[in-house]
Design a protein around this ligand. Structure first.
Ligand code: SF4
Length: 325
């Protein structure tokens, strides 16, 4: 059983669902798990799933020997993208916040997974900042030692007013503490920022405070996920009633420029792994050495959109059917 989402960078990872849905489920922009009940899967159920995967891997090895193909070729031909010639190398724990589990049961699952697939090099998961914030440093270290290597954390914004507005359930200070604790425990931390989330009203404070929080954390990766109002979400309703004003493409680009200028990190900025970032072009870069290149790319994108003229129908507006004015 596979959950509905994983980061694009986990496209070739074995997906292991340790919880189902979201224990928080209140973020106003998020439609992924709305209406779905959260549950922690029983440990034996998760382990049975891992053993079933091992049987599939063993079967693939037998087919490889019989057919004269490599293991990777048999796996690819059968849509098993997470199995290569040298075994299972990456795994991703689903769904939205595996760290909500008590530390020992989660560590037990990690040890069982890594013991079943000794070729594993990387095990990653999504984690809510508030949940990481609540874990003790020794609990984080325990999970790191048990084999968990990377945390994908949805920062969204580092601005307290906006965090409260979107009901993220965490403060900027808690996000800083969570990120620092995770880095200190030895995790590769990947933080997700949502350009455009502040709308036309809060774009600047969103940009500057997000950079401020990230400067304090200095995560391994910073990933941008441009906001668009998903139908059925509270923020979409607010936009429809014109209580919230969706930012223009030019406005989002200006916001990202302010954000990038304020960054003082040694992180890698990744924007090209998300379709809704199409308007940015190629602005990936390692900081600080490629910061100027990133800024130049943003300027190039800005010049393009300014020359093109703002489209009357902004794709960020989803199905709102509003015209820009
Ligand atoms: S914590 Fe993540 S999955 Fe849960 S509601 Fe918020 S954005 Fe959605």
């Amino acid at each position: 059983m596979v959950g509905p989402i994983r980061p694009p960078s986990e496209a070739y990872s074995l997906l292991v669902r340790v919880t189902e849905n979201c224990p928080w489920n209140r973020c106003e922009f998020c439609s992924v798990f709305k209406g779905q009940k959260f549950r922690i899967r029983p440990i034996e159920e998760v382990k049975e799933g891992i053993l079933a995967v091992r049987r599939l891997v063993e079967e693939t090895y037998r087919w490889s020997e019989r057919g004269g193909y490599t293991v990777g070729q048999v796996a690819q031909l059968n849509g098993i993208l997470w199995l290569q010639d040298d075994g299972v190398r990456n795994a991703f724990l689903q769904d939205s916040d595996s760290m909500i589990m008590k530390t020992e049961p989660l560590a037990g699952i990690l040890e069982f997974l890594c013991g079943t697939f000794p070729t594993l090099e990387k095990v990653c998961t999504y984690a809510r900042a508030k949940t990481v914030y609540r874990k003790k440093p020794e609990e984080l270290k325990r999970l790191r030692d048990a084999g968990l290597s990377r945390l994908h954390i949805g920062l969204e914004t580092g601005d307290d007013e906006l965090l409260a507005y979107i009901q993220k359930g965490v403060t900027a200070e808690e996000q800083i503490q969570a990120g620092r604790k995770a880095v200190e425990a030895g995790f590769e931390v990947s933080e997700y920022v949502m350009p455009g989330l502040g709308g036309r009203e809060r774009w600047e404070q969103h940009a500057l405070n997000s950079a401020r929080v990230l400067n304090e954390v200095n995560p391994r990766f910073i990933r941008l996920r441009t906001f668009h109002p998903a139908p059925g979400t509270p923020i979409h309703e607010k936009a429809r009633r014109e209580e919230y004003h969706v930012q223009s493409i030019e406005g989002v680009l200006k916001e990202i420029r302010v954000f990038v200028e304020a960054l003082d990190v040694t992180s890698e900025l990744i924007t090209s792994d998300f379709a809704w970032n199409f308007y940015l072009g190629e602005v990936d870069g390692k900081f600080p050495e490629e910061k100027e290149k990133v800024l130049a790319e943003i300027d190039r994108a800005l010049a393009y959109w300014q020359a093109a003229g703002e489209p009357r129908r902004n794709p960020f507006m989803g199905n709102l059917n509003l015209e820009l004015n």
